[in-house]
Design a protein around this ligand. Structure first.
Ligand code: BDP
Length: 334
C-alpha cells in the first residue's frame, strides 16, 4: 500500500513538473513572403527563443500575410492579446504610438548608416522602443530591422511633384504618410494590404504605391506599375513587436520575456545582412525586367524634399528633441 502511495505521489510530481514547465506556442504575423529578409529574421528569432527558453516558449511564424493581411489588424490583435508577435513597419505603429513618426519623417536620414546610428543610440532608437510599451499601447518594442528607402512606383512617368497631380497612390495606414502624398499632389489611398496592391493597380483602383526595391519586386508590383521613381522619400524601419497581454495570458515569466528581448536584439544584424543581399538582388530583377527607373536630378529631388517640409510642423513639433538628436548623430558621421 505504501509502495502504491509512493508511486502515485511520484507520478503526480512528474506530471506536476511537466505541467508547470509546459511549453506555450505563440504566433508571429509577417506580411512578407518566405525568404524575404524579415521573414528569415522572424524564423531566426523563433529558433533562438525556442533554444534559449529550453522549449518553454515556441513561436510559429505565419508569413505572406496568412494570419493578418494588413498590419493594423495584427497590431490591434496584439493589443487585445489575440496575437503574440508581429513584425511590422513602424509606419502603421505610429497610428497607435504617434511619437514613432519622429523616426520616420521624410528626408530625415542622409543614409542607411545615419538611420542605424540613430536607431542604435540608447537615447534615440532604443528609448523609442521602450516608449512603445511605456505609452500604454499594450505593445512591446523588441528590435528594429532594415527596410531601405521607400520610393514611388507608378503606371506613369513622373519627375516632379507637379507630375503627380491627381494620381491615386496606395499608402500605409498612417495619416502623416497620406498627408505626405497629398502635399506632393497625389491622392492617398489606405486600407489596401501589401498583397492586394498588384490587383488594385491592374484594375485601375490606384495608379501606384510606394516601397523599397525588395517589396516592389517580391510582391510582383513591379509588373503592374513599371515606373520606379527614386525620390527616396522615407526610411521607415521595421519593428518586431510582442503583445503584453498575450505573453501575460500565456504565463510567460519575466525571465523569459527578458530572454525574448535579448533574442530579438540578436537577430537585428542578421536581418541587416539579409537585407543588403536582397536589395541588390531585387534591383537586378526589376532592371532585368526592363522597368523604367527614374533617377531624379538634384533640382527635382529638392522639389520633393521642399514639398513635404510642412509635415515637420504638423507631426514632429512635439518631438523636436528627437529630430535634433537624429540630426546631431548625422553630423558626427559626416
Ligand atoms: C514594406 C514593409 C511591410 C509593410 C509594407 C507596406 O516591410 O511591413 O507592410 O511595406 O507598405 O516595406 O504595407
Amino acid at each position: 500500500m505504501k509502495k502504491m502511495l509512493a508511486l502515485v505521489l511520484s507520478l503526480m510530481l512528474v506530471l506536476g513538473v511537466a505541467a508547470g514547465a509546459s511549453a506555450v506556442t505563440l504566433n508571429l504575423s509577417e506580411v512578407h513572403v518566405d525568404g524575404y529578409p524579415t521573414t528569415l529574421a522572424d524564423l531566426e528569432f523563433a529558433r533562438l527563443v525556442e533554444e534559449r527558453t529550453e522549449g518553454r516558449v515556441s513561436i510559429e511564424v505565419y508569413s505572406n500575410g496568412s494570419l493578418y493581411g494588413e498590419e493594423t489588424g495584427a497590431i490591434e490583435a496584439m493589443q487585445v492579446g489575440d496575437l503574440g508577435f508581429a513584425r511590422v513597419s513602424a509606419s502603421p505603429v505610429a497610428s497607435y504610438v504617434p511619437a514613432l513618426n519622429a523616426i520616420q519623417m521624410p528626408y530625415l536620414y542622409d543614409s542607411s548608416e545615419h538611420m542605424w546610428a540613430a536607431l542604435d543610440d540608447p537615447e534615440i532608437g532604443q528609448k523609442m522602443l521602450d516608449d512603445i510599451q511605456a505609452s500604454g499601447s499594450g505593445l512591446i518594442g523588441l528590435c528594429y530591422y532594415d527596410s531601405g528607402c521607400r520610393s514611388f512606383y507608378l503606371t506613369k512617368e513622373v519627375h516632379t511633384p507637379a507630375d503627380m497631380a491627381g494620381l491615386k497612390i496606395r499608402m500605409q495606414n498612417n495619416t502623416m504618410m497620406v498627408e505626405m502624398v497629398e502635399l506632393l499632389g497625389g491622392v492617398g489611398v489606405t486600407g489596401i494590404g501589401p498583397n492586394d496592391i498588384y490587383q488594385a493597380i491592374m484594375t485601375g483602383v490606384i495608379d501606384g504605391a510606394e516601397n523599397n526595391w525588395p517589396t516592389y519586386e517580391s510582391k510582383g508590383d513591379y509588373q503592374a506599375a513599371t515606373y520606379y521613381i527614386l525620390d527616396q522619400h522615407t526610411r521607415v524601419p521595421e519593428i518586431l513587436l510582442a503583445s503584453e497581454l498575450a505573453l501575460e495570458d500565456a504565463g510567460v515569466s519575466a525571465e523569459d520575456i527578458e530572454i525574448i528581448k535579448q533574442c530579438a536584439k540578436e537577430t537585428q544584424e542578421y536581418e541587416k545582412e539579409q537585407w543588403r543581399l536582397k536589395e541588390v538582388a531585387s534591383e537586378e530583377i526589376v532592371r532585368a525586367n526592363g522597368n523604367t527607373i527614374i533617377e531624379l536630378t538634384a533640382e527635382e529631388m529638392e522639389l520633393f524634399r521642399e514639398a513635404v517640409q510642412p509635415l515637420y510642423e504638423t507631426y514632429a513639433a512635439d518631438y523636436t528633441d528627437v529630430i535634433e538628436a537624429i540630426r546631431a548623430v548625422g553630423e558626427t558621421l559626416e
